[in-house]
Design a protein around this ligand. Structure first.
Ligand code: OSB
Ligand code: MG
Length: 372
């Protein structure tokens, strides 16, 4: 890999509708993109940190600062030694604590560059076993039940094979009951609390038991593995962890404790696609199914996620929705749902999609060139 430098590019991309979770409302994506410039080829990595540290401790300004100040020197040192490969960089970055989303963005840009150079697709590199993956959709908290039912109805009409409802205290049992009653028992349905409850809510959360949910995602705080294990013994709905799973080791720990029986895999949260694959592997070895989460990615991040979601132990539909669920216009060729409610893996080298540079220029709010 012959790297000339990294470009940090910040873009502002409006969402088609506000996305409300228990931690806040998002109306536009504020995305940091990393472009790895080689000789001829280039690679892209999307940083999934949000503007504010409300999902996890990272945020976009912080990620940019960490990349320029702490990650770039590691890249430079390996490049100068003629030893720059993605696996080596991943281990060099271990000495920098935390900041998995910043690391994932840099590692993904370099992985994309090296795969484009070798003519290998992300799917082939990661070990994909299917050409398409089933798509679910994450439905935000709404201001009324009729509004929620309309939204779910619309997504079902588009072909989404699984619905995930965002929940919080005051928007949980009634919302789930309404969706179950309206759309029937066959609908694949799950909920995501983004840490909004405590173990004291166990009896309340047990009221979701009759609705046969696939899972409840991250009901309790990120660092409360013991609480999740206790909750899992008090409710019938399977507990799935998102925020808590920060590495393959964390996944192994959570499984051993009985804190999770399904795992949401998000590459940004665990520091990139190599670690995401290890999370997949450790879950597979323990008989724990996984699915691919999302962070409202553009087509660049989505391309890599869809490739990951084609690994064998991704047995549940992911939050790998079509581009138009998020954006009126994506920055790459759009991802679309096929007749079966699946999204196809790009087949070209690397991510297999390219950003539209004219459109990118239009929505860019800042760029910074970091030469090697
Ligand atoms: O918890 O899964 C989450 C979006 C942003 C931050 C956290 C989460 C989400 C989603 C949306 O649920 C998933 C998507 O469609 O990208
Ligand atoms: Mg989640």
């Amino acid at each position: 890999m012959n790297l000339r430098g990294l470009e940090l590019r910040r873009i502002a991309l409006p969402l088609v509708s506000p996305f409300r979770t228990s931690f806040g409302t998002e109306t536009a994506r504020d995305v940091l993109l990393v472009r790895a410039a080689g000789d001829g080829a280039e690679g892209w990595g999307e940083c999934v940190a949000m503007s504010e540290p409300l999902y996890s401790s990272e945020h976009v300004d912080g990620a940019a600062e960490v990349i320029r100040r702490f990650l770039l020197p590691e890249v430079v040192a390996l490049a100068k030694a003629g030893e720059l490969t993605v696996p080596r960089l991943e281990s060099s970055l271990e000495r920098i604590k935390g900041h998995p989303m910043a690391k994932a963005a840099v590692l993904t840009a370099l992985l994309d560059l090296s795969l484009r150079e070798s003519g290998t697709s992300f799917g082939t590199y990661l070990g994909a076993v299917r050409p398409t993956v089933p798509a679910g959709v994450s439905v935000g908290i709404m201001s009324s039940i009729p509004e929620l039912l309309d939204a779910v109805d619309g997504y079902r009409a588009q072909g989404y094979v699984r619905i995930k409802l965002k929940i919080e205290p005051g928007w949980d049992v009634d919302a789930v009951r309404a969706v179950r009653e309206r759309f029937g028992d066959d609908l694949l349905l799950q909920v995501d609390a983004n840490t909004a409850y405590t173990l004291a809510d166990a009896r309340h959360l047990a009221r979701l038991d009759p609705f046969d949910l696939l899972l409840i995602e991250q009901p309790l705080p990120e660092d409360d593995l013991r609480g999740h294990a206790a909750l899992a013994r008090l409710i019938r709905t399977p507990v799935c962890l998102d925020e808590s799973i920060t590495s393959a080791r964390a996944a192994a720990d959570a499984i051993a404790l009985g804190a999770t029986s399904v795992v949401n895999v998000k590459p940004g949260r665990v520091g990139g696609y190599l670690e995401a694959r290890r999370v997949h592997d450790v879950c597979a070895a323990n008989g724990v199914p996984v699915w691919c989460g999302g962070m409202l990615e553009t087509g660049l991040g989505r391309a890599a996620n869809v490739a990951l979601a084609a690994l064998p132990n991704f047995t549940l539909p992911g939050d790998t929705s079509a581009s138009d669920r998020y954006f009126a216009r994506d920055i790459t060729e759009p991802f679309v749902l096929d007749d079966a409610g699946h999204v196809a893996l790009p087949t070209g080298p690397g991510l297999g999609v390219t950003p539209d540079l004219d459109y990118l220029t239009e929505i860019t709010t800042a760029t910074e060139w970091l030469p090697l």
